[in-house]
Design a protein around this ligand. Sequence first.
Ligand code: IPD
Ligand code: CA
Length: 277
Amino acid sequence: MEGEVRLQGLKRFKEVEMVREALRDDRKVMTKSSSVDLVTQTDQKVEQLIIQSVKEKFPTHRFIGEESVAAGEACDLTDSPTWIIDPIDGTTNFVHAFPFVAISIGFSVNKQSEFGVVYSCLEDKMFTARRGKGAFCNGEQLKVSDQEDIKQSIIATEFGSSRDPEAVDKIFSSLRNILCIPVHGVRGAGSAAINLCLVASGCVEAYYEIGIHIWDVAAGSLIVSEAGGVLIDVEGGAVDLMSRRLVAANSRTIAERIVKEIDSFSPLRDDAPPPKQ
Ligand code: IPD
Ligand code: CA
């Protein structure tokens, strides 16, 4: 498909150059929902560039973009072809020049993921997946780890951007439970999209988080499933990308073992109606 060809060539696109240039310059930091929910002009410009260039080719397609939603657009996933865009996943990393920053683009039709692309800008790794056609990194096919013993595993997670003490307590309680299984280690790249690509690449056995948004995981979740992994909710049911909760693992065994240790909670859904004024 033409759109996919364009995405495969994302490395050569000015969106990527824009991110790399901004990393060399001063980055003016603004905040969104709280003092730790960061955004820069680069996030906004990259999203606009992607939307404009897709619109030129596919004028009827719809978009869910992190910065457009922050500016008041609805986060509405319908049956129409929809591009789900995180212009910079790992914005806090980007602000601090911590070297894991990705551009993430998912594409859904009838609410089903059709393809996903995550470009890890500083590692120069292009992860791609198309439904039923496998997942790839720089052209090489990806396969999840075959380790099914949680005690021989590394698990990825993040602290997220909520500083609500009750949520933080639950995040730490889950982390403590998982560490003390014990697992070999716990890691986090600071980018949900890159964490998912680490699962798909077999570098970690699983990644879980409560508090992510659909744009953080739309592309990466397809990359995991096309690499042979599984996606479930933190309480074990079917995954719902609007629910802001996700366990992605190399196998159902590992995913269900993690679920047992998670002290779950439910953040406000991405598709929740805006609060009444
Ligand atoms: C965030 C990153 C982070 C994760 C947060 C996400 P952003 O996305 O993926 O690793 O912990 O939940 O919201 O704000 O950098 O696009
Ligand atoms: Ca982002």
